[in-house]
Design a protein around this ligand. Sequence first.
Ligand code: F6P
Length: 533
Amino acid sequence: MPSLPENGEGIGSLVKDPEDPPSNGSLERGGHGSSMRAYVVRTLPDYSPILVSNRAPHEPKPEGGFKRGAGGVITALLTMAEATGADWVACARNDEERQLAALQGAPVTVPLLHSTGRLHYAVPTREQYEMYYGVFANPVLWFIQHYLWDLGNEPVIDERIHQAWHEGYVEVNRQMAQKVVDVARVAPKRPLVLVHDYQLYLVPKLVREKVPSAIIQHFVHVPWPTPQYWKVLPQLMRDAILEGLLGSDIIGFQSSLDVRNFLLTCEENAGLQVDEHERAVFFGGRVVYARHYPISIDVSSTSRLASSRGVKRQERDLATWRPSRLIVRIDRTDPSKNIVRGFISYDKLLRYHPELRGRVQFWAFLQPSRQDVAVYSRYLRTIRQTVGRINSEFGSEDWLPIRLELGESERKAIAALRNFDVLLVNPVYDGLNLVVKEGALVNAVDGVIVLSENAGAHEELNAHVLSVNPFDVEATAAALYVGLTLGPEPRHRLNAGAREVVRASDITRWISRQVQDLRDLVVSQPVGAGQSQ
Ligand code: F6P
């Protein structure tokens, strides 16, 4: 048994290893990178790590070459792959990836951050992938985990969803698990399997069945809702999800609330024995630990990017059009991000404070997301319509109330974050939200953050932000006003406090806390008799 903490922190936070890496060590080549890599190897010397996620770290471009996989999870996992030297198992999501997997066979060599990695693709058919990703994982699971269903009307768990469960989600999880097993069986050392996110809940159990010696961790990047809300899913599906996850040794979450909800779900929905104090579930004669490790950003490389020439260029451009006060939001166009209510709040701000008209602008820099899923394309349409209405009602020849930009540019996003007077991050529910951490770190003008109390990051940052209930558009309008009009001293205090939280707990801490917990676990669980690869 690992040494168990008693104060509600992760195991890792209690076991300060004399050889811990610097708390905000970068993974850059020639920086602290080699020390982080050495730390991981030193701490878990006898293991072959295998990272498992739906998206690959880099994806082939139709015109040749690679582009980085979208989303905060990939950014974090790239850092992790670089630190651990892991093999990576991902799903071929489109024709380019299917072709690459077929052409090169396994493994495919792909770029990571500064080195390359070995990528192994599971290759479901286009139809299987669509059922798994487009019908079941998004929206059914995603909507459950972010409490997005309008339950009086939806979801209707009909034949299509049952089919997507069996022929999509279960099948693709099976294929991913098989690929992990193939990689684990030829791994030079005992496999350490690190599975990520809601697309792959069934993988841990399937891998354990075939490779009982593996140490398995699953990290859930999205919120874990209450047991009652899980009952939106038929028992067959929710039981399979819990059993799949409980094939892990440790299940990681973003916040302590997620851990509590998970333990309650095991107890209430599956009748399992749970030890709340030790945050453990007893399942199938094993102990499974639940821990929270709030994800973070790479402080050094984000700071370096913020002072790069590319970002400076974007800032010069921004200076040519910005009015005196700037509200910023940066998000994927996902209903969980609550973008429309953010605009409604801004509409109210302009109504209640006409003196701000012409002096403020709301810059929404949004990344179109999952546009092949109907509910996501509808949401983007609603965003455009709402912006159109507000701009035509309040705008004038020389003032545009909302500047809506759709696209992806890391440099532009960082330039926006350096210059916000108010950053609006008001998700309905969010696993963590890395934009708020990036904003806290790089902002250069004592900007104020308006943050939803339902974002995972709120647990760490609440003392340094203006907290809002994301449904309360009146309160959000009021918080925007406070953010825009707060005096220099309190602005500076909030801004500096938020930055300090991020600096003290960057991505290397996210990794090292997990590595320490895994180390404690393996020390207590040598390969048992009868457990062979
Ligand atoms: O955990 C949320 C997540 O899966 C992250 O990978 C990322 O932030 C986002 O959703 C991207 O989603 P997708 O891979 O479906 O575009």
